[in-house]
Ligand binder design. Structure first.
Ligand SMILES: Nc1ncnc2c1ncn2[C@@H]1O[C@H](COP(=O)(O)OP(=O)(O)OP(=O)(O)O)[C@@H](O)[C@H]1O
Ligand SMILES: [Mg+2]
Length: 193
């Protein structure tokens, strides 16, 4: 079980969840993406795809369907912002945790809330934790992020640049030229070889 978590909203949890699910699905794995966000963005992504007849290589499910999952190799979980209970409950059950964040000093501060929430959870043995920088631009603020996180001992497993094509991908497959960061994250966390 691979979960994508952050206490902060709008940092790219849903994009990262969908990207991870797509990359695993395209490798031929059976993947379910569990949408634990009542806003239902991941579910909306699937509905969008169905509306235009695009087949996604993973299925998006809700909490009820998750109780009767069968023969799924990877369960990817998208979580809501500002929901301590769901964050901690998801983290407790996960083998891989991904925390996306945006560039900026304020974002680093907000990240501490997520790290603190995770520190209060009894995590699975051998759990892998990785941070994903999202919406990076070619400026000093963005380039300062990776070193700053690493100085705190937080491993950066992927970097996603800001691109309007990520926004346009809602309800679609993420275009192949934009999927490298998702593969990198999975490789760094030893989910993929
Ligand atoms: N790298 C990127 N480049 C451009 N737009 C992006 C990028 N990442 C995310 N976005 C856009 O930013 C918005 C928020 O992203 P997303 O929905 O993935 O965040 P979230 O953390 O799931 O938000 P919420 O907390 O509301 O669930 C979306 O409109 C998405 O298309
Ligand atoms: Mg979301």
């Amino acid at each position: 079980m691979i979960s994508v978590l952050s206490r902060k909203g709008g940092v790219g949890k849903t994009l990262l969840s969908v990207g991870i699910a797509q990359v695993l699905g395209e490798r031929g794995h059976r993947v379910a993406l569990l949408d634990r966000d009542p806003e239902g963005s991941a579910m909306g992504w699937q509905h969008g795809a169905q509306a235009v007849g695009t087949a996604l290589p993973y299925q998006v499910i809700g909490p009820i369907e998750a109780t009767r999952l069968d023969r799924v190799e990877f369960l990817v979980v998208d979580t809501p912002p500002n929901d301590m209970r769901t964050l901690q409950d998801t983290a407790r059950q996960s083998h891989v945790l991904l925390v996306p964040l945006l560039p900026g000093a304020g974002e680093m501060d907000r990240l501490q809330e997520t790290v603190q929430a995770l520190s209060k959870v009894e995590l699975q043995d051998g759990v892998q934790l990785g941070f994903v920088l999202n919406r990076l631009e070619h400026d000093n603020v963005s380039s300062a992020m990776k070193p700053a996180l690493e100085e705190l001992g937080y491993p950066v497993v992927a970097q996603i640049r800001k691109a309007v094509d990520y926004q346009r991908a809602f309800g679609q497959l993420i275009p192949a030229h934009l999927t490298a960061p998702f593969r990198e994250a999975l490789t760094a966390l030893e989910v993929l070889e």
